[in-house]
Design a binder for this molecule. Structure first.
Ligand code: B12
Length: 216
């Protein structure tokens, strides 16, 4: 099987929600020593994005979404340790506190960003989904984090990203931690408008973007 065929099969496994297949293909990619960042990006992420499109068209419903999300989780559990092993730099690139903001339970994209950051050498403290804004700040202070990464998938919870920046300003912590924002409804303009340090449209770009903001 060529790499292209494998990537296509991965997408199909995620779209059709066949967990065993998604796991088997992840193992195969590891055994074949393929570029796992590419496998995640062009296989699994493309697959789950297509699931999102099918939901938007009304062709997929809740059970399909959940099954596909489970496929992603199971495959990432195999790939992440391998991605970390492949990581050459031993020194941490920085400490990141990440989570999906309160009121929002979407965590597939956040988990991908979290996995890719740790696979690329960051120390990641993942607070999960539906996280209280105060908790992000408390954890960042406690851990002396370099950056807070906030995911939001709902137009209503995007406001949590804005509120967190306001909270940092009130506590005189604005500038102490870099703040990165992301999630499907978020864009660069929103990031600029609320005074965040950066935005990235996907997990791969997020890795580079976090490196850039931390350097500043
Ligand atoms: C899967 C899904 C669900 C699943 C979530 C499962 C899970 N564990 O996450 C379930 C079924 C539970 C769900 C529930 C709901 N959902 Co929903 N869901 C989706 C769907 C189809 C896909 C989201 C997804 O996982 N995409 C794939 C990932 C890989 O992409 P991503 O999240 O965008 O993440 C990437 C980038 O954005 C970026 N990124 C993400 N986070 C971050 C953070 C940082 C810092 C950075 C730099 C980058 C970054 O990198 C990621 C990886 O490349 C979207 C539709 C869509 N097209 O987005 C709707 C959608 C987000 N849901 C929606 C809604 C309305 C809901 C519900 C309110 C439905 C309901 N009535 O109950 C509930 C929410 C309940 C709540 N309180 O949160 C709406 C939101 C509309 C809006 N304008 O606010 C959408 C857009 C669907 C729609 N068109 O109506 N949902």
């Amino acid at each position: 099987m060529t790499q292209q065929e494998l990537l296509k099969k991965i997408q199909t496994a995620v779209i059709e929600g066949i967990k065993e297949e998604a796991e088997a293909l992840a193992r195969e990619a590891v055994e074949k020593k393929l570029d796992l960042n590419e496998v995640v990006e062009k296989g699994y992420i493309l697959g789950i994005q297509k699931v999102g499109d099918l939901w938007e068209k009304g062709e997929y419903f809740l059970p399909e979404l959940i099954t596909s999300a489970e496929c992603m989780k199971a495959a990432m559990a195999i790939l992440q340790p391998e991605l970390e092993k492949a990581q050459i730099e031993t020194k941490s690139l920085g400490k990141i506190v990440i989570g999906t903001v309160e009121g929002d339970i979407h965590d597939i994209g956040k988990n991908l960003v979290s996995s890719m950051l740790s696979a690329n050498g960051f120390e990641v403290i993942d607070l999960g989904a539906d996280v209280k804004l105060e908790k992000f700040v408390e954890k960042a202070e406690e851990e002396k984090a370099d950056c807070i990464c906030l995911s939001a998938l709902l137009t209503t919870t995007m406001l949590g990203q804005k509120k967190l920046i306001e909270m940092l300003k009130e506590k005189n912590l604005y500038g102490r931690f870099k703040v990165m924002v992301g999630g499907a409804p978020v864009n660069q303009k929103w990031s600029d408008d609320i005074g965040a340090d950066g935005y990235a449209e996907n997990a791969m770009i997020a890795v580079q973007a976090v490196k850039n903001v931390i350097k500043k």
